[in-house]
Design a protein around this ligand. Structure first.
Ligand SMILES: NC(=O)C1=CN([C@@H]2O[C@H](COP(=O)(O)OP(=O)(O)OC[C@H]3O[C@@H](n4cnc5c(N)ncnc54)[C@H](OP(=O)(O)O)[C@@H]3O)[C@@H](O)[C@H]2O)C=CC1
Ligand SMILES: CCCCCC(=O)/C=C/[C@@H]1[C@@H](C/C=C\CCCC(=O)O)[C@@H](O)C[C@H]1O
Length: 348
C-alpha cells in the first residue's frame, strides 16, 4: 500500500466565466498496487495543462472527442512518467511512457493499452518536451502549418501568429520561418513575451495586444499584407488580422482561446464583416484538429526532434513544481501566465 496525492474536480466554473483554482481539490488516497494482468504502476514525472481542458470542465464539452471531467473524480490529461512495475508484456520497469489520459495523481495504476512508450533520446532527456514541443503542441504547430498553411518557399510569404508566445504559437512561428516565410509577426500579451519571441525565437516583430493598437502595428510590420495566419485565439485579434490578409491567403484555425470562457459553440461564429472579408478575398479557414492526422505523427515528431537537437527550434517552458499547484497552473495558463508550454513537475 502507498499514500498518493491526486487532484479531483471540486466544482464547475459554469459555461460562462474564468476557471478558478477552487474548481480543483487535492486529496490523499491509499493505492493498493496489486496489479492485474495488463496493468502497470506508473510514477508521474510531468503533467500538462491545456486550453481544451476548459471545455472538459463543462458538463457538455461541446466537442465529440472530449469527455467531461466528473465532479469528485480524478482529473486527467496529458502526462509523462516512468514504469515502476509491470504486469503488461509491452512495458518494463524504467520505461518512459506518455498518455493523453494520465490521471492527475503522483502514482497510478494504469492499463498498458492507455500508454505509449517513448524514446528519451528524441528529447535529449528533457522528458517534459513530450508534452509540448515533441508532443501534441509541436505536432499541432507542424501539421497545422503543413496541412492548412500552404507556405511556399521563395514566395516571400508573411505569417502572423496569435498566441505567439504560447506552446503552439512559439513553435508555429519558428516553423513558419524554417519553411520559408520572409516575415513572421507574433501577437501576444506582454512586453516580456514580445521580447522573448523576437530575441530568443527569431520572430521578425511582436505586438503586445494589451498595450498596442493591433491594426496599426500590423500595417507597419506587414507592408505586403498577410499570407498565412496561425490562429490560436480568435475574437477581436483575429478580426484585425483577417482584415489585412491577402487574396487567396490561408488561416490555420488552430484554436479560439479568447472564447473558451463563453457559452458559444466551437468554432465560435464570426462577425458579419469578417465573414465578408473571408469570402470576398477567397481566404481559406478550415478547422484543424491534430488528432485527425496522427498517421503523420511519427515522421513529424522526428522532424521536430531534429530541429530542437540542432538548435534551429528553441523550446520555451514555464515549469511549476508540485501536484498541489495543478489548478493554479491551469488557471494561470488560461490568463496568459505562461511563456511557452505550461508544465507541472510532479517528481524527479
Ligand atoms: N487544433 C488542435 O488540434 C489544437 C488546438 N490547440 C489550441 O491552440 C491554442 C494554444 O494552445 P496552447 O499552445 O496549448 O496554449 P498556450 O501555451 O498558448 O496558452 C494559452 C495562451 O492563450 C493566451 N490567451 C488567453 N486568453 C486570451 C485572450 N482572451 N486573447 C488572446 N490570447 C489569450 C495567453 O497568452 P497571452 O499572454 O498572449 O494572452 C495564454 O498564454 C489554443 O486555442 C488551443 O485550444 C491546442 C492543441 C491542439
Ligand atoms: C473544443 C475547444 C478546443 C478546440 C481546440 C483544442 O484545443 C483541441 C485540442 C485537442 C486536444 C484533445 C486532447 C485529448 C483528447 C482526449 C480527452 C478526453 O476527453 O478523454 C489535443 O490533445 C488534440 C487536440 O486536437
Amino acid at each position: 500500500e502507498m499514500q498518493v496525492q491526486r487532484v479531483v474536480l471540486n466544482s464547475r466554473p459554469g459555461k460562462n466565466g474564468a476557471p478558478v483554482p477552487e474548481n480543483f481539490r487535492l486529496e490523499e488516497i491509499t493505492l493498493a498496487p496489486d496489479l492485474k494482468d495488463g496493468e502497470v504502476l506508473v510514477r508521474t514525472l510531468y503533467l500538462s495543462v491545456d486550453p481544451y481542458m476548459r471545455c472538459r470542465m463543462n458538463e457538455d464539452t461541446g466537442a465529440d472527442y472530449l469527455t467531461p471531467w466528473q465532479i469528485s473524480k480524478c482529473v486527467d490529461g496529458g502526462g509523462v512518467g516512468v514504469i515502476d512495475s509491470s504486469r503488461c508484456n509491452n512495458f518494463a520497469a524504467g520505461d518512459v511512457v506518455i498518455s493523453f489520459n494520465w490521471p492527475w495523481q503522483t502514482h497510478a495504476v494504469m492499463t498498458g493499452s492507455d500508454l505509449q512508450k517513448v524514446d528519451p533520446q528524441l528529447v535529449d532527456g528533457h522528458l517534459s518536451y513530450f508534452l509540448g514541443a515533441v508532443g501534441i503542441t509541436g505536432l499541432t504547430a507542424l501539421l497545422g502549418i503543413r496541412e492548412k498553411g500552404h507556405i511556399t518557399k521563395g514566395a516571400n510569404h508573411t505569417m502572423v501568429v496569435s498566441g505567439a508566445a504560447g506552446a503552439c504559437g512559439s513553435i508555429a512561428g519558428q516553423i513558419g520561418r524554417l519553411d520559408g516565410c520572409v516575415r513572421v509577426v507574433g501577437i501576444c500579451g506582454s512586453d516580456q513575451k514580445c521580447k522573448a519571441i523576437v530575441e530568443d525565437l527569431g520572430f521578425s516583430t511582436a505586438i503586445n495586444y494589451h498595450l498596442e493598437d493591433v491594426p496599426t502595428k500590423l500595417k507597419e510590420s506587414c507592408p505586403d499584407g498577410i499570407d498565412v495566419y496561425f490562429d490560436n485565439v480568435g475574437g477581436a485579434i483575429s478580426d484585425a488580422v483577417i482584415a489585412q490578409m491577402n487574396n487567396g491567403s490561408h488561416i490555420i484555425l488552430c484554436g479560439q482561446i479568447s472564447q473558451y470562457n463563453k457559452d458559444v459553440p466551437y468554432p465560435p461564429p464570426l462577425s458579419e464583416e469578417t465573414q465578408k472579408n473571408l469570402q470576398s478575398k477567397n481566404i481559406t479557414r478550415e478547422r484543424f484538429t491534430v488528432l485527425n492526422y496522427m498517421s503523420k505523427a511519427d515522421a513529424a515528431l522526428c522532424e521536430l526532434s531534429q530541429w530542437i537537437k540542432s538548435g534551429r527550434i528553441k523550446v520555451l517552458e514555464t515549469v511549476v513544481n508540485g501536484i498541489e499547484n495543478m489548478g493554479d497552473a491551469f488557471c494561470s495558463m488560461m490568463k496568459g501566465g505562461n511563456i511557452g508550454k505550461q508544465i507541472i513537475k510532479i517528481s524527479h
